[in-house]
Design a protein around this ligand. Structure first.
Ligand SMILES: Cc1cc2nc3c(=O)[nH]c(=O)nc-3n(C[C@H](O)[C@H](O)[C@H](O)COP(=O)(O)O)c2cc1C
Length: 382
Protein backbone atom coordinates (compact mmCIF):
# COMPACT_ATOMS: atom_id res chain seq x y z
CA UNK A 1 0.00 0.00 0.00
CA UNK A 2 1.21 3.52 -0.66
CA UNK A 3 -0.57 6.61 0.58
CA UNK A 4 -0.28 9.92 -1.23
CA UNK A 5 2.66 12.22 -0.52
CA UNK A 6 0.02 14.56 0.90
CA UNK A 7 -0.70 12.30 3.84
CA UNK A 8 2.21 9.88 3.98
CA UNK A 9 4.12 11.65 6.70
CA UNK A 10 1.09 12.82 8.65
CA UNK A 11 -0.43 11.45 11.84
CA UNK A 12 -4.15 10.79 12.10
CA UNK A 13 -4.81 14.02 14.08
CA UNK A 14 -3.00 15.93 11.34
CA UNK A 15 -5.08 14.25 8.64
CA UNK A 16 -8.22 15.15 10.65
CA UNK A 17 -7.03 18.75 10.77
CA UNK A 18 -6.55 18.76 6.99
CA UNK A 19 -10.10 17.42 6.61
CA UNK A 20 -11.40 20.11 8.97
CA UNK A 21 -9.90 22.82 6.79
CA UNK A 22 -11.18 21.36 3.53
CA UNK A 23 -14.78 20.63 4.49
CA UNK A 24 -17.56 23.09 5.19
CA UNK A 25 -17.80 23.41 8.94
CA UNK A 26 -21.30 21.95 9.06
CA UNK A 27 -20.19 18.86 7.16
CA UNK A 28 -17.08 18.46 9.28
CA UNK A 29 -19.19 18.59 12.44
CA UNK A 30 -21.70 16.15 10.90
CA UNK A 31 -18.81 13.67 10.73
CA UNK A 32 -16.63 14.57 13.67
CA UNK A 33 -19.07 15.24 16.49
CA UNK A 34 -21.00 12.89 18.72
CA UNK A 35 -24.15 14.01 20.45
CA UNK A 36 -25.19 16.57 23.08
CA UNK A 37 -22.27 17.08 25.47
CA UNK A 38 -19.88 14.80 23.52
CA UNK A 39 -19.56 12.59 26.59
CA UNK A 40 -19.82 9.28 24.74
CA UNK A 41 -17.36 10.48 22.10
CA UNK A 42 -14.80 11.51 24.72
CA UNK A 43 -15.36 8.41 26.78
CA UNK A 44 -14.91 6.11 23.77
CA UNK A 45 -11.39 7.49 23.35
CA UNK A 46 -10.69 7.57 27.09
CA UNK A 47 -11.47 3.84 27.32
CA UNK A 48 -8.57 3.18 24.95
CA UNK A 49 -6.19 5.46 26.89
CA UNK A 50 -7.04 3.74 30.16
CA UNK A 51 -5.83 0.45 28.70
CA UNK A 52 -2.05 -0.08 28.35
CA UNK A 53 -0.03 -2.83 26.73
CA UNK A 54 2.40 -5.01 28.68
CA UNK A 55 5.06 -6.01 26.14
CA UNK A 56 6.66 -9.42 26.31
CA UNK A 57 10.44 -9.38 25.70
CA UNK A 58 12.99 -11.69 24.08
CA UNK A 59 10.50 -13.14 21.64
CA UNK A 60 11.62 -13.68 18.06
CA UNK A 61 9.34 -11.42 16.04
CA UNK A 62 11.47 -11.32 12.90
CA UNK A 63 8.72 -13.26 11.07
CA UNK A 64 5.39 -11.68 11.90
CA UNK A 65 2.07 -11.02 10.27
CA UNK A 66 -0.93 -8.76 10.76
CA UNK A 67 -3.11 -11.04 8.60
CA UNK A 68 -6.18 -12.81 9.89
CA UNK A 69 -9.28 -14.56 8.59
CA UNK A 70 -12.92 -13.67 9.04
CA UNK A 71 -15.84 -15.64 7.61
CA UNK A 72 -13.31 -17.83 5.81
CA UNK A 73 -11.75 -14.88 3.96
CA UNK A 74 -8.30 -13.57 4.61
CA UNK A 75 -7.83 -9.96 5.64
CA UNK A 76 -4.48 -8.17 5.46
CA UNK A 77 -5.18 -6.88 8.96
CA UNK A 78 -8.03 -7.27 11.47
CA UNK A 79 -9.75 -4.05 10.42
CA UNK A 80 -12.88 -3.09 8.46
CA UNK A 81 -14.48 0.20 7.47
CA UNK A 82 -17.71 0.95 9.35
CA UNK A 83 -20.78 2.16 7.48
CA UNK A 84 -21.03 5.96 7.35
CA UNK A 85 -24.05 7.48 5.64
CA UNK A 86 -23.52 10.28 3.14
CA UNK A 87 -19.77 9.71 2.73
CA UNK A 88 -20.46 10.81 -0.84
CA UNK A 89 -20.65 14.38 0.47
CA UNK A 90 -17.07 14.24 1.70
CA UNK A 91 -15.69 13.51 -1.77
CA UNK A 92 -17.08 12.96 -5.24
CA UNK A 93 -18.39 9.36 -5.29
CA UNK A 94 -16.96 9.05 -1.76
CA UNK A 95 -18.30 5.61 -0.92
CA UNK A 96 -16.87 4.13 -4.12
CA UNK A 97 -13.50 5.71 -3.32
CA UNK A 98 -13.54 4.27 0.22
CA UNK A 99 -14.58 0.88 -1.12
CA UNK A 100 -11.82 0.77 -3.72
CA UNK A 101 -9.14 1.76 -1.21
CA UNK A 102 -10.36 -0.85 1.29
CA UNK A 103 -10.50 -3.53 -1.41
CA UNK A 104 -6.96 -2.73 -2.53
CA UNK A 105 -5.80 -2.80 1.10
CA UNK A 106 -7.38 -6.24 1.61
CA UNK A 107 -9.98 -5.27 4.21
CA UNK A 108 -13.80 -5.10 4.08
CA UNK A 109 -15.76 -1.92 3.38
CA UNK A 110 -19.32 -1.56 4.65
CA UNK A 111 -21.74 0.41 2.48
CA UNK A 112 -24.37 2.31 4.48
CA UNK A 113 -27.92 2.28 3.15
CA UNK A 114 -28.03 6.09 3.27
CA UNK A 115 -25.14 6.38 0.82
CA UNK A 116 -24.77 8.37 -2.35
CA UNK A 117 -23.10 5.52 -4.27
CA UNK A 118 -25.31 2.65 -5.36
CA UNK A 119 -25.00 -0.93 -4.18
CA UNK A 120 -24.18 -1.90 -7.76
CA UNK A 121 -21.37 0.66 -8.08
CA UNK A 122 -19.77 -0.66 -4.89
CA UNK A 123 -20.17 -4.24 -6.10
CA UNK A 124 -18.30 -3.28 -9.28
CA UNK A 125 -15.34 -1.64 -7.52
CA UNK A 126 -14.99 -4.44 -4.95
CA UNK A 127 -15.77 -7.41 -7.21
CA UNK A 128 -18.76 -8.11 -4.97
CA UNK A 129 -16.57 -8.30 -1.90
CA UNK A 130 -18.21 -5.74 0.41
CA UNK A 131 -20.56 -5.61 3.38
CA UNK A 132 -23.94 -3.91 3.21
CA UNK A 133 -25.50 -2.10 6.18
CA UNK A 134 -29.20 -1.93 6.76
CA UNK A 135 -31.50 -0.38 9.34
CA UNK A 136 -33.89 -3.27 10.01
CA UNK A 137 -36.84 -0.97 10.70
CA UNK A 138 -36.61 0.58 7.24
CA UNK A 139 -39.74 -0.12 5.21
CA UNK A 140 -37.42 -1.04 2.32
CA UNK A 141 -35.28 -3.46 4.33
CA UNK A 142 -36.33 -6.56 2.42
CA UNK A 143 -36.03 -5.12 -1.08
CA UNK A 144 -32.65 -3.58 -0.22
CA UNK A 145 -31.44 -6.90 1.11
CA UNK A 146 -32.49 -8.65 -2.08
CA UNK A 147 -30.80 -5.96 -4.14
CA UNK A 148 -27.55 -6.37 -2.21
CA UNK A 149 -27.69 -10.15 -2.69
CA UNK A 150 -28.30 -9.77 -6.44
CA UNK A 151 -25.23 -7.52 -6.63
CA UNK A 152 -23.14 -10.34 -5.13
CA UNK A 153 -22.88 -9.07 -1.56
CA UNK A 154 -22.79 -11.91 0.96
CA UNK A 155 -22.36 -10.07 4.27
CA UNK A 156 -25.26 -8.06 5.67
CA UNK A 157 -24.75 -5.77 8.65
CA UNK A 158 -27.92 -4.92 10.52
CA UNK A 159 -27.68 -1.85 12.78
CA UNK A 160 -29.85 -2.23 15.86
CA UNK A 161 -28.75 0.67 18.08
CA UNK A 162 -30.94 3.38 16.58
CA UNK A 163 -34.62 2.83 17.44
CA UNK A 164 -35.43 6.53 16.92
CA UNK A 165 -33.83 9.31 14.88
CA UNK A 166 -30.78 10.63 16.77
CA UNK A 167 -31.11 14.03 18.39
CA UNK A 168 -28.08 15.86 16.99
CA UNK A 169 -29.04 19.48 17.34
CA UNK A 170 -25.81 20.85 15.89
CA UNK A 171 -26.71 19.48 12.45
CA UNK A 172 -29.96 21.43 12.34
CA UNK A 173 -28.24 24.53 13.66
CA UNK A 174 -25.50 24.22 11.02
CA UNK A 175 -28.05 23.62 8.25
CA UNK A 176 -26.42 20.23 7.62
CA UNK A 177 -29.20 17.84 8.54
CA UNK A 178 -30.40 15.38 5.90
CA UNK A 179 -32.36 16.02 3.77
CA UNK A 180 -30.09 18.98 3.20
CA UNK A 181 -31.87 22.31 3.57
CA UNK A 182 -29.29 25.07 3.72
CA UNK A 183 -29.96 27.83 6.24
CA UNK A 184 -28.15 31.16 6.32
CA UNK A 185 -25.27 29.66 8.34
CA UNK A 186 -24.82 26.84 5.81
CA UNK A 187 -24.87 29.27 2.89
CA UNK A 188 -22.02 31.28 4.42
CA UNK A 189 -20.23 28.05 5.22
CA UNK A 190 -20.48 26.99 1.56
CA UNK A 191 -19.37 30.40 0.37
CA UNK A 192 -16.13 30.00 2.30
CA UNK A 193 -15.51 26.52 0.88
CA UNK A 194 -15.60 27.03 -2.90
CA UNK A 195 -13.17 24.19 -3.48
CA UNK A 196 -15.48 21.67 -1.76
CA UNK A 197 -18.51 23.13 -3.60
CA UNK A 198 -16.74 22.72 -6.96
CA UNK A 199 -15.23 19.28 -6.34
CA UNK A 200 -18.28 17.62 -4.76
CA UNK A 201 -21.45 19.49 -5.70
CA UNK A 202 -20.07 20.96 -8.95
CA UNK A 203 -18.86 17.57 -10.21
CA UNK A 204 -22.14 15.93 -9.29
CA UNK A 205 -24.05 18.65 -11.16
CA UNK A 206 -21.89 18.02 -14.22
CA UNK A 207 -22.58 14.27 -13.93
CA UNK A 208 -26.32 14.16 -13.43
CA UNK A 209 -27.42 16.75 -10.92
CA UNK A 210 -27.35 16.95 -7.15
CA UNK A 211 -26.11 13.79 -5.39
CA UNK A 212 -28.83 11.24 -4.70
CA UNK A 213 -29.45 8.58 -2.09
CA UNK A 214 -28.91 5.91 -4.72
CA UNK A 215 -30.22 3.05 -2.61
CA UNK A 216 -33.51 4.54 -1.54
CA UNK A 217 -36.68 4.16 -3.57
CA UNK A 218 -36.98 6.90 -6.18
CA UNK A 219 -33.30 7.88 -5.68
CA UNK A 220 -34.16 11.12 -3.85
CA UNK A 221 -31.73 14.02 -4.10
CA UNK A 222 -29.93 15.04 -0.91
CA UNK A 223 -32.23 18.03 -0.71
CA UNK A 224 -35.36 15.95 -1.09
CA UNK A 225 -35.56 12.71 0.74
CA UNK A 226 -34.57 10.35 3.48
CA UNK A 227 -35.16 12.02 6.80
CA UNK A 228 -33.73 9.54 9.30
CA UNK A 229 -37.12 9.10 10.96
CA UNK A 230 -38.48 7.48 7.78
CA UNK A 231 -35.94 4.69 7.99
CA UNK A 232 -35.67 4.31 11.72
CA UNK A 233 -39.03 4.51 13.32
CA UNK A 234 -40.58 1.37 11.87
CA UNK A 235 -40.67 -1.95 13.63
CA UNK A 236 -37.47 -2.89 15.46
CA UNK A 237 -37.50 -5.97 17.67
CA UNK A 238 -36.06 -9.49 17.80
CA UNK A 239 -38.86 -10.80 15.62
CA UNK A 240 -37.95 -8.30 12.93
CA UNK A 241 -34.31 -9.43 13.13
CA UNK A 242 -35.47 -13.02 12.77
CA UNK A 243 -37.48 -12.16 9.65
CA UNK A 244 -34.38 -10.63 8.08
CA UNK A 245 -32.27 -13.62 9.10
CA UNK A 246 -34.74 -16.04 7.58
CA UNK A 247 -34.54 -14.27 4.25
CA UNK A 248 -30.82 -13.45 4.05
CA UNK A 249 -28.70 -16.36 2.84
CA UNK A 250 -25.29 -14.84 3.49
CA UNK A 251 -23.47 -13.92 6.69
CA UNK A 252 -25.32 -11.67 9.10
CA UNK A 253 -23.60 -9.19 11.42
CA UNK A 254 -25.59 -7.39 14.11
CA UNK A 255 -24.11 -3.94 14.84
CA UNK A 256 -24.70 -1.90 17.97
CA UNK A 257 -24.52 -4.47 20.78
CA UNK A 258 -23.29 -3.40 24.23
CA UNK A 259 -24.54 -6.23 26.46
CA UNK A 260 -23.48 -9.87 26.64
CA UNK A 261 -27.03 -11.20 26.76
CA UNK A 262 -27.96 -9.28 23.60
CA UNK A 263 -24.98 -10.83 21.82
CA UNK A 264 -26.16 -14.29 22.92
CA UNK A 265 -29.66 -13.54 21.73
CA UNK A 266 -28.35 -12.27 18.40
CA UNK A 267 -26.31 -15.46 18.02
CA UNK A 268 -29.35 -17.56 18.87
CA UNK A 269 -31.33 -15.63 16.26
CA UNK A 270 -28.73 -16.69 13.69
CA UNK A 271 -26.24 -13.82 13.67
CA UNK A 272 -22.77 -14.84 12.47
CA UNK A 273 -21.03 -11.96 14.29
CA UNK A 274 -21.80 -8.82 16.28
CA UNK A 275 -20.21 -5.39 16.40
CA UNK A 276 -19.83 -3.96 19.89
CA UNK A 277 -20.60 -0.33 19.12
CA UNK A 278 -22.30 2.81 20.42
CA UNK A 279 -22.51 4.28 16.90
CA UNK A 280 -19.28 6.22 17.37
CA UNK A 281 -20.75 8.06 20.38
CA UNK A 282 -23.40 9.58 18.11
CA UNK A 283 -26.56 8.18 19.65
CA UNK A 284 -26.77 7.93 23.45
CA UNK A 285 -24.41 10.33 25.16
CA UNK A 286 -24.48 8.40 28.41
CA UNK A 287 -23.73 5.01 26.84
CA UNK A 288 -20.85 2.81 27.91
CA UNK A 289 -17.73 2.90 25.71
CA UNK A 290 -17.65 -0.12 23.37
CA UNK A 291 -14.15 -1.04 24.56
CA UNK A 292 -15.44 -1.16 28.13
CA UNK A 293 -18.34 -3.40 27.07
CA UNK A 294 -16.20 -5.68 24.90
CA UNK A 295 -14.91 -8.15 27.48
CA UNK A 296 -18.40 -8.96 28.81
CA UNK A 297 -19.74 -9.52 25.28
CA UNK A 298 -16.76 -11.74 24.44
CA UNK A 299 -17.27 -13.69 27.64
CA UNK A 300 -20.94 -14.26 26.87
CA UNK A 301 -20.74 -15.10 23.17
CA UNK A 302 -17.16 -14.87 21.92
CA UNK A 303 -16.42 -18.57 21.96
CA UNK A 304 -19.11 -19.21 19.36
CA UNK A 305 -18.85 -16.24 17.03
CA UNK A 306 -16.56 -13.41 15.99
CA UNK A 307 -16.98 -10.19 17.96
CA UNK A 308 -16.02 -6.92 16.27
CA UNK A 309 -15.72 -3.53 17.94
CA UNK A 310 -15.75 0.10 16.82
CA UNK A 311 -15.66 3.57 18.37
CA UNK A 312 -12.45 5.61 18.72
CA UNK A 313 -10.06 2.96 17.38
CA UNK A 314 -7.40 5.48 16.39
CA UNK A 315 -4.18 3.54 15.93
CA UNK A 316 -2.71 0.13 15.27
CA UNK A 317 -2.03 -0.04 19.01
CA UNK A 318 -5.76 0.46 19.63
CA UNK A 319 -6.52 -2.41 17.26
CA UNK A 320 -4.16 -4.58 19.28
CA UNK A 321 -5.89 -3.58 22.54
CA UNK A 322 -9.25 -4.60 21.05
CA UNK A 323 -7.80 -7.95 19.95
CA UNK A 324 -6.33 -8.47 23.42
CA UNK A 325 -9.81 -8.13 24.89
CA UNK A 326 -11.10 -10.80 22.52
CA UNK A 327 -12.25 -8.92 19.41
CA UNK A 328 -11.70 -10.68 16.09
CA UNK A 329 -11.33 -7.34 14.33
CA UNK A 330 -11.83 -3.63 14.86
CA UNK A 331 -13.72 -1.18 12.69
CA UNK A 332 -13.22 2.52 11.96
CA UNK A 333 -15.68 5.18 10.80
CA UNK A 334 -14.34 8.72 11.00
CA UNK A 335 -10.60 8.14 10.31
CA UNK A 336 -11.11 6.98 6.73
CA UNK A 337 -13.57 9.84 6.15
CA UNK A 338 -10.83 12.24 7.24
CA UNK A 339 -8.41 10.58 4.82
CA UNK A 340 -11.04 10.83 2.09
CA UNK A 341 -11.54 14.55 2.74
CA UNK A 342 -7.81 15.24 2.98
CA UNK A 343 -6.63 13.51 -0.20
CA UNK A 344 -9.30 11.29 -1.81
CA UNK A 345 -8.36 7.66 -2.42
CA UNK A 346 -4.70 8.26 -1.61
CA UNK A 347 -5.83 9.78 1.68
CA UNK A 348 -7.91 6.72 2.56
CA UNK A 349 -5.02 4.46 1.59
CA UNK A 350 -2.72 6.64 3.68
CA UNK A 351 -4.94 6.16 6.73
CA UNK A 352 -5.16 2.39 6.19
CA UNK A 353 -1.37 2.31 5.79
CA UNK A 354 -1.04 4.03 9.15
CA UNK A 355 -3.12 1.33 10.86
CA UNK A 356 -1.23 -1.47 9.08
CA UNK A 357 2.16 -0.04 9.89
CA UNK A 358 1.30 0.76 13.50
CA UNK A 359 -0.25 -2.64 14.12
CA UNK A 360 2.82 -4.37 12.72
CA UNK A 361 5.00 -2.14 14.90
CA UNK A 362 2.87 -2.72 18.01
CA UNK A 363 3.06 -6.49 17.44
CA UNK A 364 6.84 -6.37 17.18
CA UNK A 365 7.23 -4.10 20.19
CA UNK A 366 4.87 -6.27 22.25
CA UNK A 367 6.67 -9.51 21.41
CA UNK A 368 3.86 -10.98 19.33
CA UNK A 369 4.54 -12.78 16.03
CA UNK A 370 0.90 -12.53 14.94
CA UNK A 371 -2.44 -11.04 15.88
CA UNK A 372 -3.60 -14.46 17.11
CA UNK A 373 -1.10 -14.18 19.97
CA UNK A 374 -2.92 -11.23 21.57
CA UNK A 375 -4.73 -12.20 24.77
CA UNK A 376 -6.06 -10.54 27.93
CA UNK A 377 -2.64 -10.81 29.63
CA UNK A 378 -1.34 -8.25 27.13
CA UNK A 379 -3.31 -5.36 28.63
CA UNK A 380 -3.64 -3.65 31.95
CA UNK A 381 -6.24 -1.05 32.92
CA UNK A 382 -4.80 2.10 34.48
C1 LIG B 1 -20.68 10.50 9.46
C2 LIG B 1 -21.09 9.18 10.05
C3 LIG B 1 -22.19 8.51 9.53
C4 LIG B 1 -22.57 7.28 10.08
N1 LIG B 1 -23.61 6.60 9.49
C5 LIG B 1 -23.91 5.36 9.95
C6 LIG B 1 -24.91 4.60 9.29
O1 LIG B 1 -25.53 5.03 8.32
N2 LIG B 1 -25.16 3.35 9.78
C7 LIG B 1 -24.49 2.83 10.86
O2 LIG B 1 -24.74 1.69 11.25
N3 LIG B 1 -23.54 3.54 11.48
C8 LIG B 1 -23.23 4.78 11.06
N4 LIG B 1 -22.24 5.49 11.67
C9 LIG B 1 -21.49 4.88 12.80
C10 LIG B 1 -20.29 4.11 12.27
O3 LIG B 1 -20.69 2.98 11.55
C11 LIG B 1 -19.38 3.64 13.40
O4 LIG B 1 -20.11 2.89 14.32
C12 LIG B 1 -18.61 4.74 14.09
O5 LIG B 1 -18.28 5.79 13.22
C13 LIG B 1 -17.34 4.15 14.71
O6 LIG B 1 -16.68 5.06 15.48
P1 LIG B 1 -15.43 5.95 14.97
O7 LIG B 1 -15.99 6.93 13.99
O8 LIG B 1 -15.00 6.58 16.24
O9 LIG B 1 -14.41 5.04 14.37
C14 LIG B 1 -21.86 6.73 11.16
C15 LIG B 1 -20.75 7.41 11.68
C16 LIG B 1 -20.36 8.62 11.14
C17 LIG B 1 -19.14 9.31 11.70
Amino acid sequence: MAGSGLVRSLTLPEIREKARRRLPRGLFEFIDRGIDGETALTNNAAAFSRLRLRPRVLVDVSQRTTATTLFGRSLSLPLAISPTGAAGLVHHRGEAVLARAAHRAGIPFTLATRSLSSIEEIAAVTEGNFWFQLYPSSPDAFSLMDRAASAGCDVLMVTVDTPVAPLRRYNARNGFALPFRANRRALFDLLFHPRWCASVIGRALLDEGLPRFENLPGRPRITEGAPASEMLEGRLDWERLQLLRDRWRGRLIVKGILRGEDAVRARDAGADAVVVSNHGGRNLDTSVAPLDALASVVEAAGADMPILVDGAVRSGGDVLKALALGASAAMIGRPTLFGLAAAGEAGVTGVLDLYAEELDYALAMSGLPSVDHAGPDLVVRT
